[in-house]
Ligand binder design. Sequence first.
Ligand SMILES: *Cc1c(COP(=O)(O)O)cnc(C)c1O
Length: 387
Amino acid sequence: MKVKYSKRLENLPPYLFSEIDKAKRDARREGRDLIDFGVGDPDLPTPKHIIEKLSEAAKDPRNHRYALDQGIGKLRRAIAGWYKRRFNVTLNPENEILPLIGSKEGIAHMPLAFLNPGDYVLAPDPCYPPYRGSSILSDGQVFSMPLLVENNFLPDFKEIPLKIRKRAKLMFLNYPNNPTAAVANKEFYLKVIDFAFKYNTIIAHDAAYSELSYDGYRPMSFLEFKGAKDSGVEFHSLSKTYNMTGWRIGWVCGNADILSGIARVKSNIDSGIFSAIQIAGIEALNGPQEHIQKMRALYQERRDVLCAGLESIGWKASIPQATFYVWVPAPGGSDSRSFAKLLLKRCDIVATPGIGFGRYGEGYIRFALTVSKERIQEAIERIKKRL
Ligand SMILES: *Cc1c(COP(=O)(O)O)cnc(C)c1O
């Protein structure tokens, strides 16, 4: 049989990490000692009290059945409580919060609820790849909003042609930002809300990194601002805050009509999050939070070691205030893929080439701070000696 893929599958952007993935596999097979700054996945374990709650809940047969589509009420109330404490944002747990099987799941399904063929989605470039992928899979057209260093990696809405603005159904935003580690301020969010009302564009703000911040800086929620709840939603996740990437639990909150559209898509696709994981999620949000401060201190220390190290070899990395990424201009203006390959070949160091996040990521490489301080120091030594 000759298998023919759908147009939408063929329209997906090429997977640009395959070369580096292969080089990485080969290096592993050869037994080389890799220092992997590539994956944005915490190296720390989930806090013990959350694991214990899961193990207790997993033993209860009531949790073995299909879960409720809209999530356990107590989980939605825990999320509302957390938003109130953290951002002073009031959310109605009945219709302004929708738990997700990880925020990526909701991001992937959201465009299906709102796009008609040919509608535009405004996506940052560089960006977390699912914004683009999910829009294409929903027959949308993606318009890239370049994130440029001279604009502090914030999109400049004035650069979007008027005819695109008028056809923009959805805008993805993500601050603190992956991959650039940039943060947004009040002035920017007010511009976003203004844009949403002017062009009737739904805002989808991804706040997965809101709790990973340094030097006392506290990122804001998009929903803190007047008009935000009328214009959009915010995605959130337990993945990075509680080291629960593998568990698959997150949520989307904000505008009730938008949430209802996402929920209708989801009710045709999945059957909720394993109840025991939801119960563990309640424990994460309502239980002790001490580990977060410790985690921030740990990433901050790693950030300082990496940034000081890079500076000592003449690389110009700016020091991130949030996320666990350092976004580094590839030295000498080299192209990001060749540079990442060179780092791997000569130094056994894995870093992610910026081009994989979009055209405007070219010229940069991303380091994830998910490597111990000692290994970061070792990486700097290797670059000094071998590059
Ligand atoms: C890690 C990450 C997420 C979290 O995804 P989950 O599906 O909740 O694990 C969301 N957005 C961005 C930009 C991320 O980097």
